[in-house]
Design a protein around this ligand. Structure first.
Ligand SMILES: Nc1ncnc2c1ncn2[C@@H]1O[C@H](COP(=O)(O)OP(=O)(O)O)[C@@H](O)[C@H]1O
Ligand SMILES: [Mg+2]
Length: 394
């Protein structure tokens, strides 16, 4: 008998098959043909490795690994700026091959315009077709750094498995900003339309509960993925979300009840939020904490190396949780991930990525860092804004 579930799971993981850059950061022009394997970029500091993975990150939802604006990536030379920039890719997705293009909008150079198969697209469509997870050296300080960075990281993990998460989050933020604008006016003595305020709070509650529910769901899947994994080279984390809505949803309360209560909470908080100039309750204030299971200590108290290993372990576990649910692993960008790993961990990372079948983009200063991948990676040398594939296409 044919195993239908096994067949349904046989999807090709998303990945770039051709990447073209024009006037992007230190690349005047680039045209790389790739296969589905992970890509290892190596070259000296300042060669353009992060610039290249940033271009790849522009193909997914969001603002990319550096959260840069459209103007910042336009190529600067001694003569000035190149007039336009563009990233073009042919890519495999879970729904088949597509072309993705993003670049400066001639009408408005500070804006970035993205097209999918030649037509305007949405962040949700990109998240569905080209889910992506990334880790950069910035995430090394994730556990000890500010709460907002940690939640941004976690929300990206959620988004890679739940493509609507981004639009729920931006819908929530938009309603929240507008409500705050009204409360600020009211605090200064102006009259505001109570119906408008009620409508905004209802919107915040609906979006906020959807947002929190997606987080709770993703966390549960991620935690069970971590628990079920055999001992890998990466330490296991015990995760916890601390948030007004998340706590109640995780305890199994009905979403409708939590939503109605949140509306009342927001109504009660109007005066206080107006005085404070910001909204003091809601899923934008949620905190994520992690414990290093084996050491039984908070991630924030672990050594730098342990903290880094915890984050990598989380990203790998989330990638396989997503592969389980959606049938294919997301694209992974791991900028400088190998730099401070010992040999055993580099081998563990290579094995983990090869098992996932994900197209991972790895960077490092020398090719030797990727030895553990054997023939499992395609190697690209990066030198002063020029990237060259070493091997012939496999
Ligand atoms: N808009 C730009 N135009 C031209 N060069 C840029 C631009 N932005 C960054 N660079 C240059 O790119 C280089 C850094 O590339 P990067 O990809 O971060 O290096 P690495 O290989 O170390 O990751 C720097 O020399 C920087 O000056
Ligand atoms: Mg770099």
């Amino acid at each position: 008998m044919i195993d239908e579930t096994a067949n349904a799971n046989l999807k090709s993981a998303p990945g770039v098959t051709r990447l073209k850059l024009t006037g992007f950061r230190n690349y005047a022009a680039l045209d790389l043909t790739l296969d589905p394997r992970p890509v290892a970029l190596f070259g000296s500091n300042g060669a353009g490795k992060t610039n290249l993975v940033e271009a790849v990150s522009f193909l997914g939802p969001g603002r990319g690994v550096r959260a840069a604006g459209a103007d910042a990536v336009r190529r600067r030379t001694a003569e000035g700026h190149d007039p336009i920039w563009a990233v073009y890719a042919e890519a495999m997705t879970v729904e088949g091959p597509v072309s993705l293009a993003t670049g400066s909008d001639p009408a408005e150079p500070s804006r970035r315009k993205t097209r999918l198969d030649g037509a305007a697209t949405t962040q949700t469509a990109l998240a569905r077709l080209f889910p992506m997870l990334w880790l950069t050296p910035r995430e090394d300080r994730l556990w000890a750094g500010p709460r907002s960075d940690r939640m941004r990281f976690f929300d990206r993990l959620v988004l890679a498995g739940a493509p609507d998460h981004g639009s729920e989050a931006s819908g929530y933020e938009k309603a929240q900003r507008e409500r705050q604008r009204l409360l600020d006016k009211q605090y200064e003595g102006a009259r505001v339309d109570p119906d408008w305020l009620n409508a905004l709070e209802a919107e915040m509650a609906a979006r906020g509960v959807a947002l929190a529910a997606a987080r709770v769901d993703a966390l549960a899947r991620l935690q069970s993925e971590i628990d079920a994994r055999p001992d890998t080279a990466f330490p296991k984390a015990d995760l916890e979300l601390e948030g007004l809505l998340e706590a109640r949803l995780a305890a199994g309360e009905a979403a409708g009840v939590v939503e109605d209560d949140f509306i009342l909470t927001l109504q009660d908080a109007r005066r206080r939020d107006g005085a404070a100039g910001r909204s003091l309750t809601g899923p934008h204030r949620t905190e994520l904490s992690a414990r290093h299971r084996e050491k039984d200590q908070l991630a924030a108290d672990c050594s730098t190396g342990e903290q880094k290993a915890l984050v990598l372990g989380l990203a790998l576990a989330q990638a396989s949780a997503i592969a389980r649910v959606r049938g294919a692993a997301p694209v992974l960008i791991l900028d400088e991930a190998c730099a401070h790993l010992d040999v055993a961990r580099r081998e563990g990372l290579a094995q983990g990525l090869l098992d996932l079948g994900a197209q991972a983009w790895l960077t490092g200063v020398e090719a030797g860092l990727f030895e553990a991948f054997g023939e499992g990676v395609q190697r690209v040398r990066v030198e002063d804004g020029v990237a060259t594939r070493l091997d012939d296409q496999g």
